[in-house]
Design a protein. Structure first.
Length: 352
């Protein structure tokens, strides 16, 4: 009975957010009526990806391009392969050293910032998520209304994606500033975004990423083997489609800027700086690391990519917890996204 009273009390205290949640659920139910057109778009996108794959040269042809130095994209892929192989070996050595030192109870990750007391709660995280989704839906509805009322032209796929990502990050950072600085009267640096021992922390991020590569490689291999055995075709990803088809240089480079730099910065502020800290106060360090990593992987989710992203999320939260700043986590996130973009762009260059 006391739990029921507590729930009722929470609902009364958060009436606004309850109504916003009802709106979000209703909006999603209405959006189900548009499911047929969405499936059609995904089918078109899947055909584009399959067409792209069919145009890729064979492994023997790529090898010949590298030997003849006739294609910079083939050479880039070859360099990425060599670097990955080297990182795999170095990463395995780092992991062994890490395990030995941890067994000896030696702390090898230096702390660069004291532990600040978090005065926002898990309910604030839920409020931010509800507000973010609500504002995103309102913007979408507003755009649809003005487009119909004033005959505005349709954005192409990439322009729509870039605009959506930009607005999403603006909304997130605005909500974080409101809840942290205005509502709870904290300095924003409490999230861990400060530059004490900056270059050492960047180095820590690089070492951390190299250390996780053997585990990532193993998890990716297992995921691909399982999907191959089950004959599972990965769902098409709009971001990959955008990288493959975009022809406008400015828009393309802005998309790269968002993926490689802006996105990792703001996502680390939110997932590690804001969400992880609230979870840690509520459920403890170990559970918070795992929960925040699952949440991070779920929002980036593809069926095959879930577990590699989960492993990455665990590393990001662990580095943040041990070091006390976001710099190592941001470094890892930026490196990971940049490598993926270079790999995909090199593949794209092979068929251009």
């Amino acid at each position: 009975m006391s739990n029921l009273r507590r729930i009722v009390k929470i609902i009364k205290k958060n009436k606004l957010y309850v109504w916003l949640l009802i709106f979000i659920i209703a909006f999603n139910l209405l959006a189900k009526f548009n499911a047929i057109s969405t499936e059609a778009k995904l089918e078109i996108q899947a055909k584009r990806i399959k067409s792209f794959e069919a145009k890729l040269p064979s492994a023997e042809r790529i090898k010949q391009m590298v030997l003849n130095q006739s294609n910079i994209y083939a050479q880039t892929l070859f360099i990425l392969f060599l670097m990955s192989f080297l990182a795999l070996i170095i990463g395995a050595i780092i992991d062994i050293i890490f395990i030995v030192l941890k067994t000896s109870k030696v702390e090898i990750i230096p702390r660069s910032s004291p532990s600040y007391k978090t005065n926002w709660k898990l309910i604030d995280v839920i409020r931010v998520i509800i507000l973010f989704v609500f504002i995103s839906y309102v913007v979408s509805i507003g755009y649809a209304f003005f487009k119909k009322a004033f005959g505005l032209g349709e954005f192409d796929t990439v322009s729509k994606m870039v605009t959506g990502m930009t607005l999403s990050y603006v909304i997130i950072i605005s909500l974080l500033i409101y809840f942290i600085s205005y509502k709870h009267r904290n300095k924003f640096k409490i999230l861990g975004l400060h530059f004490k021992k900056f270059f050492r922390n960047i180095f820590l991020g690089i070492v951390g990423y190299i250390a996780i590569i053997p585990i990532l490689a193993l998890v990716v291999f297992i995921a691909m083997a399982i999907s191959s055995y089950l004959k599972y075709t990965p769902e098409p990803q709009p971001l990959l489609d955008a990288l493959f088809i975009e022809k406008k240089p400015f828009l393309f480079f802005y998309l790269i800027l968002i993926i490689c730099f802006i996105g990792p910065l703001i996502e680390e502020l939110f997932f590690r700086g804001f969400v992880y800290r609230a979870l840690k106060e509520r459920i403890g360090k170990a559970a918070a690391v795992m929960t925040s990593a699952v949440f991070f992987a779920w929002l980036h989710m593809t069926l095959i990519g879930f577990f590699p992203i989960l492993i990455l999320g665990i590393l990001l939260a662990y580095l943040y917890e041990k070091n006390g700043t976001l710099i190592p986590s941001i470094t890892v996130h930026m490196i990971h996204n940049t490598i993926i973009v270079i790999f995909l762009y090199s593949l794209k260059g092979l068929i251009s």
